[in-house]
Design a protein around this ligand. Structure first.
Ligand SMILES: CC(=O)SCCNC(=O)CCNC(=O)[C@H](O)C(C)(C)COP(=O)(O)OP(=O)(O)OC[C@H]1O[C@@H](n2cnc3c(N)ncnc32)[C@H](O)[C@@H]1OP(=O)(O)O
Ligand SMILES: O=C([O-])CC(=O)C(=O)O
Length: 387
């Protein structure tokens, strides 16, 4: 039967059956450029190194939403709008306080962003200003959601957002109920810059597909959070930390640990990339941050193991680390719990998602690829009692 069906399918109608859409260009975009061979990343004209050295996360948000850097008064205006939008509606706070303390933070974030749409006009108009204001509002509230849930699940008081300071500072303040030092703020800000945008990754693609049905921005960000959560995408940073902690707990040698897993054909989290065939430029920056911070905070061994794992991966299968590998030890050194790492990724990537939403909405075409049907055809109906 399968043989005869294969003959019926006219494969010439489907010249590009491409599992995983690898290499398919489905959009044009001004948001970012990736050179996977050279390991280069550019956001709207600026290399990731330039932005890491000079920008703030707020400037990167402006860049991704407007395709240019802000002048001082535009930056002040955006910063104060973000600060003004940080507070959550009462019912979202109630949800965060009353949901299961064992819930996955990314699942809680996904639900909370979805609930936010109940309190906002979602598609009242189609102007760029309306969409920008939505982008600002969602971006401003995500750090508050993450910090509030983490405190609620640990039976701690929820800390109200500040009406001043940067996104990075305010997040750490709400998470820990204490003012962060200059270095902690700078590190968090840098992490937000590094994770903000990355072309047509799975979550951004999801976000654009939802936008293309003329659905609202809350729906597209909610869907994107769901896509980011998976361990093959943003969820890998948490998995990296769990792997390092597993090595510690088992008293294992990191090289043996990796070699055993590779021998079992297991994937090593934080390594490999669909586009980069060399070191991810963000991993290069995070590697330096991880080295410095882990030494300063007494987690030097974790950094040394990371280097040993990196060398083993390169030597055994020639695969380099991605953004999720060294970010794990950076966050760990900052005292952040592993199951919040992917939420921090979302806290940053929302700037890219919403930038892409605006871009898609302004030049929309429904995203609707095809699947090659390989099932049976013309089956006779069999009554349920006879099956
Ligand atoms: C922010 C981000 O999303 S960055 C990515 C985060 N994800 C991870 O770190 C998870 C681990 N990595 C992976 O699973 C993959 O490298 C992906 C999903 C990121 C990219 O996958 P793809 O482009 O589909 O590459 P694919 O999975 O086909 O890998 C090619 C080969 O390298 C191997 N490989 C790729 N990544 C790894 C890895 N992390 N560990 C071990 N082997 C790997 C594959 O097994 C495959 O081998 P094969 O040709 O012998 O079958
Ligand atoms: O581009 C990808 O496929 C994954 C990635 O690195 C990101 O989203 O930052």
């Amino acid at each position: 039967m399968a043989e005869s069906l294969k003959k019926e399918i006219d494969l010439s109608q489907y010249p590009h059956i491409n599992k995983g859409l690898e290499g398919i260009v489905a959009f044009s975009s001004t948001k970012s450029f990736i050179d996977g061979q050279e390991g280069k990343l550019i956001y709207a004209g600026y290399t990731i190194d330039t932005l890491a050295e000079n920008a703030t996360f707020e400037e990167v948000c402006f860049l991704l939403w407007n395709d240019r850097l802000p002048n001082q008064s535009e930056l002040d205006d955006l910063t104060s709008k973000l600060q003004g939008e940080r507070a959550l509606p009462e019912s979202v706070l109630n949800y965060l306080q009353n949901t299961s303390k064992n819930a996955e933070p990314m699942a809680v974030l996904r639900t909370a962003v979805s609930i936010l749409s109940d309190f906002h006009e979602v598609d009242a108009d189609t102007s760029k200003e309306f969409r920008l204001n939505k982008a600002i509002s969602i971006t401003a509230k995500i750090p508050t959601i993450i910090a509030a849930f983490d405190r609620a699940r640990n039976d701690k008081n929820i800390v109200e957002p500040l009406s001043d300071h940067s996104t990075a500072y305010n997040f750490l303040y709400m998470l820990n109920d204490e003012e962060p030092g200059e270095q902690a703020e700078k590190t968090m800000d840098l992490c937000l810059i590094l994770h903000a945008e990355h072309g047509m990754n799975a979550s951004t693609f999801t976000n654009r597909a939802i936008c293309s049905t003329e659905s609202d921005m809350y729906s597209s960000v909610t869907g994107a959070i769901g896509a980011l959560k998976g361990p093959l995408h943003g969820g890998a940073n948490q998995a990296v930390m769990n792997m390092l902690l597993d090595i510690e707990e088992q008293g294992d040698d990191p090289v043996d640990y990796i070699e055993n897993r590779l021998a079992n054909k297991e994937k090593i989290m934080g390594f490999g990339h669909r586009v980069y065939k060399t070191m991810d430029p963000r991993a290069r920056i995070l590697r330096g941050m991880s080295e410095q911070l882990s030494k300063e905070t007494g987690h030097e061994t974790l950094y040394e193991w990371s280097e040993a794992i990196l060398n083993t991966m390169k030597e055994k299968i020639g695969i380099d680390p991605n953004v999720d590998f060294f970010s794990a030890t950076v966050y760990y050194s900052m005292g952040i719990k592993p199951d919040l790492y992917t939420c921090i990724f979302a806290m940053s990537r929302v700037s890219g998602w919403t930038g892409h939403y605006i871009e898609q909405a302004e030049n929309n075409r429904l995203i609707r690829p095809r699947a090659l049907y390989t099932g049976e055809k013309d089956l006779d109906w069999v009554p349920v009692e006879d099956r």
